[in-house]
Each structure stands twice: as C-alpha cells, then as structure tokens.
Design a protein around this ligand. Structure first.
Ligand SMILES: [Zn+2]
Length: 483
C-alpha cells in the first residue's frame, strides 16, 4: 500500500468514527428528550370551535340537582333542535323537572338508535379553579360543573342529531334524542318516570348510547378504550333502630362483607373484560388473562382490588345518626353483581339486622338485575373498529365496579354508553367534537351515528363523524334481547 492510500484509509476510518459518534450522540439525545417529555407534560392550547362555544353556553344553564330545574336545559336543547327544523317535546314529570325528547323518523321500523344524556348535574362542592358555571376555557380545558358528566357528551349527541336532521336524508331507522331529568338522584323523575308514563319514547329502540365506561389516558395518548358492557348495580337504603348501639352492633357484623376475601362468581362479561384488558396491563397480566385458571390455583388474592370487586357483592355503611322520627338510622349502600336480585340482597341484610333489633327503613335506590351485554353486536364492533382506526388503541369491553347512571338500572332497552376518561371530573377538552384534546379531556372516541342512521352497521364510511366524545357501554336488561 502506498503512503497516499494509507492516508486515505486513515482519513476514512477517522471519518467513520466521527460519523458513528455523531449518530450515537444524536440518538442518545433523542432518547433523553423522549424520556424528559414522558415525565414532563405540557398541554397544548386548543382552538374554541362552535361546539365548544355551545358547550360553554349549556354549562351556564344551571341544572343542579337538587332541585334540578332541568326545564331550563330542556328549553336550551329544544332551541338548538328548532334551528334545524326538529320539534323537540319537553316532557315535565313534575314542575320544572323536564326531559327533552325528539325523533327523526327512519325508513324502516325497529332497530332505532337512542342518543341518551342527562340534563341535571350534581352540586359544585369543593374548590374550583374557575367558577363552576362559567364554562371558562383555560389552555385546553373547559371548566364547569357537568362538563364531563355529562353535558359534553350531550353536546356531541346533539351535534350528531342536528347533522343528520340538517342533511335532510331519511335514515334507515329512527334516531332518537333523549335528554332526561333527575339522573343524579335515582331517576325517579327522569328515566324511570318516562318508562312508566311514556313508553312511546322508547318505541323501536334497540340500542342506546349513554355515559359510562373508562378510557385510560397517558398524557396525549390513549392506552385503553373501554366500551362498557355492564356495571355493578346499587341498592341504597337506611336501616333503623331504637338505639345507637343496635346500629353499631349491625355495623360490626357487616364489616367482613365490606371487602370480602372470597370471590363469589365470575360473570361471562367480567371474564371477557379481564381477558381483553390483560395484555394492556404491565402488572397482573397473567393473573387476569385466564381468571378461571387463576382462581383454580387459589391465586385470586393476586387480582387487584378494583377488579376483584367485579367478582363479589359489596357493601358500605355510613355512621349512625339520629332519625327525624326518633330512634337512629344508618345509610347502607350495596354494590351488587349485575345478575343479583336486589330484593334478595335486602332480605339478606334484613336477616343480618334482625338479631340486633335493626330493620330496613327507607329505600332510596334499588337497581337491577340488569345483565351485562354481549360484545358480540354490530354496534359494539362499529364502535371498536372506529375507535381503533381513529386512535390506534385497543377498544374492548369494560365492566365497571360502580354504577354511575340511573338509566342503566332502569332502561328496558339495550344501553350503549359513551365512556369518559379516568382522569377528569370537572373539565373537558375545549372541543368536545375534536379528537385532539389533552390529558383529562373529554375526548376519547366517537360513534358514527350518521353511519348507523344510514344503515351501515359496519366499519363506517366517510360520513362517519358524529358523536365525538366517549363511547361506552352496550348492555341489556333481562327484558330485552341482545343488541
Ligand atoms: Zn352522569
């Protein structure tokens, strides 16, 4: 080798080493940046769209329950429907306690889809960053009581319904919009009242989209898209006794049932949920993947508490306090498995209470039985496919240990709820119709109501852009067949 060739060789080697060093430094830098960004979350501001503005206006309509005064909300929604030529019916169960009902007739009977939401909100307790009825926007959040539960979803449903009305196209099947009163306090003057007095509202309804479900977020990205297929159901009552001591005696006797160590049973929907969620867990993956195998080898205690709750009835008691009519009372809240007969549970409690001279008092709420739905439905598949396409996320069944909506315990139709993110309670993305929200936003998913209305119960077409919030539950009660 000549000296010139040797120089070239050395120069090339030096160049290669420098290039390799530069590339390594670049990649290392990128990795550091990714790690830093993963720890540091900086929300990006979102534009205020017409849907955001509409949500802000709806938040400002005070519908706190109690007292409710949902008629103001019903009038607001009716006004929005009137703009697109739809006449909504305001139905008053009691003075001021109104629901709003509207229907777009389809070409064919049956198979109707109901877009269900509730008008009332719970009282704004605690400390708020912004006034609870301001609808204020901060960076990428709308603040206000009811933003997440569930006026944001209501606006999404409203926009979907309005879009279909405005298009002038007759859907294949009926599309129903129903905004109910009194959901936050048992539904007696809302869903329950409508089922008892206005069965025509539910004519031909096969599926209902409602609130519920859980969408798991990690900063800007979605980790699990829960399409809720069912939940535990509530029995809420007072027990009464002549003395404080009697109630404390019962309380002690019930304590082992607050967190029972033994699993009762695994419902098919819960089994399916565990199997679906298992691959997305960092821990407990093997425990949940085949719950029957886990139980068989006596490893049920490894199941995390929030999942274990789905395999047993639960009970919780408040402190004993003086009753208005003399004596003492204690509130008892039971969270029952969805197939449980509530009267059986009350009879069990009554049996437990008897030796202490305690009896059942006022019953505030008695839900169930309402079996979870199967995920094997066209609507479920449509939701899952759309969510996956939109967000590249696993969209699977979800069964909740809580029972957040009265409609679930009472509706005679198959109910399909919109989900909400785990990480917010008071605010939503500035744009409920947008897929580019933020952590704690009300984004999550959307359901193609237009597609459904057009009769395309298959992966949606280009028209698919309707309810862009959370998607949730598909469930059924014993009175109806699966969706
Ligand atoms: Zn709600």
């Amino acid at each position: 080798m000549t000296s010139r060739a040797r120089e070239w060789l050395v120069a090339s080697i030096v160049l290669l080493v420098v290039a390799a060093g530069a590339i390594t430094a670049y990649l290392y830098n990128q990795k550091l940046r990714q790690d830093r960004d993963a720890l540091l979350y900086l929300p990006k501001s979102s534009p205020i769209t017409p849907s955001t503005a509409l949500l802000q206006r709806y938040i400002r309509v005070k519908t706190v329950n109690p007292p409710g005064n949902e008629i103001e909300g019903a009038r607001f929604l009716a006004g929005q429907l009137a703009e697109v030529g739809v006449k909504g019916e305001i139905i008053e169960a009691a003075p001021g306690r109104a629901s709003l009902y509207a229907r777009i007739k389809g070409k064919n009977p049956g198979n109707a889809l109901m877009l269900l939401n509730h008008i009332d909100v719970v009282p704004p307790t605690g400390k708020w960053d912004r006034p609870p009825f301001s609808g204020a926007v901060m960076i990428n959040m709308v603040y206000g009581r009811g933003t997440a539960d569930m006026k944001g979803i209501a606006i999404c449903e409203l926009q979907a319904f309005r879009d279909i009305a405005r298009s002038g196209r007759v859907p294949e099947h009926d599309l129903v919009f129903l905004a109910v009163a009194d959901e936050e306090r048992s539904g007696t003057l809302g869903m329950q009242w409508l089922l008892d007095h206005r069965p025509d509202v539910f004519d031909g309804v096969r599926c209902v989209i409602n609130e519920g479900g859980v969408t798991e977020m990690e900063h800007e990205s979605m980790r699990y898209f829960g399409i809720e297929t069912g939940s535990k159901l509530a029995v809420d009552l007072d027990v009464v006794a002549p003395s404080h001591e009697s109630l404390l005696g019962l309380r002690r006797a019930l304590e082992p049932y607050i967190a029972p160590r033994e699993t009762m049973r695994v419902l098919p929907a819960v089994r399916e949920f565990f199997a679906a969620v298992a691959p997305t867990r960092r821990e407990n993956r093997d425990v949940l993947r085949d719950i029957d195998a886990t139980m068989k080898i006596q490893k049920g205690w490894l199941v995390p508490a929030n999942y274990a709750e789905l395999m047993m009835d639960g009970i919780w008691m408040s402190g004993a306090e003086p009753a208005v009519n003399g004596g003492f009372k204690m509130r008892v809240l039971m969270r029952n498995l969805p197939d449980e007969q509530p009267d059986d549970r009350i009879a069990w409690l009554s049996g437990m209470a008897k030796p202490y001279g305690v009896r059942i008092g006022e019953i505030h709420e008695k839900q169930g039985p309402a079996l979870p739905s199967t995920a094997d439905t066209p609507l479920f598949r449509l939701i899952a496919t759309t969510a996956h396409r939109q967000y590249r996320v696993t969209a699977r069944p979800d069964v909740l240990p809580l029972s957040p909506t009265a409609a679930r315990g009472e509706s005679s139709a198959t109910v399909c709820s919109l989900t909400r993110s785990t990480s917010f309670s008071r605010s939503a993305s500035t744009d409920p119709m947008s897929a580019s929200g933020s952590t704690g936003s009300s984004r999550g998913s959307f359901f193609c109501a237009k597609s459904f209305a057009a009769g395309h119960l298959s992966p949606p077409d280009t028209n698919c852009q309707a309810i862009q919030e959370r998607i949730g539950e598909i469930r059924q009660t014993r009175r109806h067949a699966a969706c």
